[in-house]
Design a protein around this ligand. Structure first.
Ligand code: DOR
Length: 468
């Protein structure tokens, strides 16, 4: 356990509600909680406290041993984190029920301590209109086990509507695919890209790979069937860097905010270091922080194939540096399930993407155990920062008045991730057989214990994750 970057400071109990005599719906007692004390000064409080929950909200933090509650969790020895907000999942609903749907994806999220997800628009049909969003909401309502919001895809067909669509209550933001990945949702020309950026007012998410370069270089892998280790040669560093530079230039020109997803190269990170001007933030994935080329391709074959690719140690180290020194803003799983039969096709016919929503916290908790980042920094990347960036003001931290969404974790548990544990429809994980220190033992959604000791309990409690 690494508490080194967590500065001891005044107790969170000073925040304790004065109305603690009421019977709470739930008390989680005796857990070590990780809560912001003075986040601007980089200070987090890590201490033992009880948390009282009423009406789906955090009502009190402090010593609640004299208080009544309808139910209690004895959590001594465990650590209470705000539920993770996974800002990048592909739950494939509608269109690809053999890979995933909103119910199976949300069950996987629940098992892994993710209490809110932002779903990507490359479904069938793609999410491009208010009607498409309404359809997704109706598929999620009363059926999702965790909270949800949906990205709107930027397409040549909806450019003039995007400014309105990005403010739809169930939309977390606009997603721009600069390079093609799974599906054919792509913004196309530079002219279209500029029109989109000029219209948006909220942070927008970007898949930054340069499509002309991808098309031009596709022959490299067409001529080498079966050689998935060439994936990072086809989708090379320049492919990512060209697109990243282009979108950052546009964000700067129009004073907008680009949030660039799954950053995979040391060169992009160097570039971000000199462009810290409020117009760009970026996300990294647990895969890029855990798997390394060429070993991952030798071991996992096409199961390690994703876009942008897993690269060699130099890039891995640069991404870790950005995690540790505060440059990276969020961690998202890029949960992108495909069936094993699809993945077993000969590369490059095999689709890119791997599931990750369920393994995000266990894999990252193991990195905490191995002193690669502090627990407070993990909470910042998976809960606090996503909530701030996407203005989910009621989520992202353990504070009075916030939504009662938590991941209760045992930092000392030693577990092995296995395919049989995976709730996702695709039933596999690149981390099958991976041993971790740190495990999510319960997930609480809106004050309701929805997963405990690996068992899903009750009925789905997910609700729309709305800006407040
Ligand atoms: O590898 C990927 N797969 N990267 C993406 O950005 C899309 C995803 C998918 O939808 O399969």
């Amino acid at each position: 356990m690494n508490w080194s970057s967590v500065e001891p400071c005044a107790s969170v109990m000073q925040n304790m509600s004065s109305e603690i005599s009421q019977p709470f719906d739930l008390i989680i007692s005796g857990a070590t909680i990780v809560a912001p004390h003075n986040r601007e000064k980089g200070r987090w409080t890590v201490e033992v406290a009880d948390v009282g929950i009423s009406n789906k909200k955090i009502a009190a933090i402090g010593a609640l041993n004299q208080s009544e509650a309808k139910s209690k969790i004895q959590a001594r020895g465990l650590t209470l984190l705000p539920g993770a907000i996974d800002t990048q999942v592909h739950f494939r609903d509608p269109g690809f029920p053999e890979k995933e749907d909103l119910v199976s994806g949300s069950r996987a999220a629940l098992m892994g301590g993710v209490t809110t997800f932002f779903d990507m628009p490359n479904t069938k049909p793609p999410t491009l209109t208010a009607l498409d969003v309404a359809d997704k909401v109706s598929r999620a309502q009363n059926k999702c086990w965790v909270n949800y919001a949906f990205y709107i895809g930027a397409s040549p067909s909806n450019i003039d509507k995007l400014a309105e669509l990005e403010n739809h209550r169930n939309v977390c933001g606009v997603k721009i695919f600069m390079g093609s990945s799974t599906g054919n949702l792509i913004i196309g020309s530079d002219e279209n890209l500029e029109r989109v950026v000029s219209k948006l007012t909220r942070p927008f998410a970007v898949h930054a790979e340069d499509n002309p370069r991808l098309s031009e270089r596709r022959r490299i892998v067409e001529q080498a069937p079966g050689q998935v280790e060439m994936h990072p040669d086809w989708r090379d560093v320049e492919t990512a860097l060209i697109a990243t530079k282009k979108i950052v230039a546009l964000a700067e020109k129009y004073s907008k905010h680009a949030h660039i997803l799954h950053i995979s190269t040391a060169e992009e990170i160097d570039f971000f270091r000199v462009h810290r001007n409020g117009h760009v933030t970026f996300e990294v994935t647990p895969q890029h922080l855990t798997l390394v080329a060429p070993e991952c391709y030798a071991k996992l074959g096409t199961l390690a194939q994703m876009n942008p690719p897993i690269r060699d140690k130099r890039h891995y180290e640069a991404i870790w540096t950005a995690v540790r020194d505060g440059l990276a803003t969020t961690i998202g799983s890029d949960h992108a399930p495909h069936t094993l039969a699809e993945k077993k096709q000969i590369y490059p016919k095999s689709p890119s993407g791997m599931p990750g929503v369920q393994t995000l916290l266990p894999v990252m908790l193991d990195h905490v155990h191995n002193n690669r980042l502090s627990l407070a920094r993990l909470v910042e990347l998976t809960s606090y920062n996503p909530a701030q960036l996407f203005r989910l003001n009621s989520k992202g931290s353990i504070q009075i008045g916030k939504d009662a969404d938590f991941a209760l974790v045992d930092l000392n548990a030693e577990k092995t991730i296995t395919n049989s544990w995976i709730e996702s429809r695709c039933k596999w994980t690149p981390f099958d057989g991976y041993k971790v220190h740190g495990w999510v033992v319960a997930t609480i959604v809106g004050g309701h214990i929805s997963m405990r000791d690996g068992e899903i309990i009750g009925s789905p409690m997910g609700s729309p994750a709305l800006r407040t």
